[in-house]
Design a protein around this ligand. Sequence first.
Ligand SMILES: O=C(CO)COP(=O)(O)O
Length: 254
Amino acid sequence: MGRKFFVGGNWKCNGTTEEVNKIVSTLNAGAVPSQDVVEVVVSPPFVFLPLVKTSLRPDFHVAAQNCWVKKGGAFTGEVSAEMLVNLSIPWVIIGHSERRLILNESNEFVADKVAYTLSQGLKVIACIGETLEQREAGSTVAVVAEQTKAIAAKISNWTDVVLAYEPVWAIGTGKVATPAQAQEVHSELRKWLQANVSPDVAASTRIIYGGSVTAANSKELAVQPDVDGFLVGGASLKPEFIDIIKSAEVKKNA
Ligand SMILES: O=C(CO)COP(=O)(O)O
């Protein structure tokens, strides 16, 4: 199927220039599998993108954490897809649960952003995931299918999309999904893509897991057949991110 393992580091709203330089130095010194085995993308806050882009090793790439939903202009405080393209930022994270829940980004709005950023030539890490209430109500699969459906309705090419399944209850809580829980949802998502988009898209689209991923739990998650990598928050700010990247080797040999 050839889905290259993908490890994203979402730095969220963290860092000073000094801290960013330190993280980049650690990443630059890390011994990790080659680009044939793993794709690594780190996502600093907007203001640090140029610094990280120029100082980061060339086999790692950068992502913005968000961008405006359409062409830039009179939208105070926003950053446009065109600006990211202008700065040669290849990736953007769209629809993170912190934006969906705290900033009220709807499925439709997220889908519009995914479609617009793809149209500008950016690659997208599109985030989906259920809350604890939704999981306890038994609606996990329905929720992630609905979020995916909104995106699928607005795009025709999935080549540049990575789908990040991030259960909200696992984000920043230390409560990681078990390998079986992650596998179950990833497998359901792949089935959904197969039935509603195409078998090719289902087979080739990377579905990555996010939520309290650490060096200690990444290997057992990585070997799950439908887990194609990770979107890492807290641990991506620490040297253990290198070990998480190395779980790509475990996956390769699984
Ligand atoms: O939200 C996340 C990545 O986008 C996950 O965050 P944590 O790894 O800190 O739980």
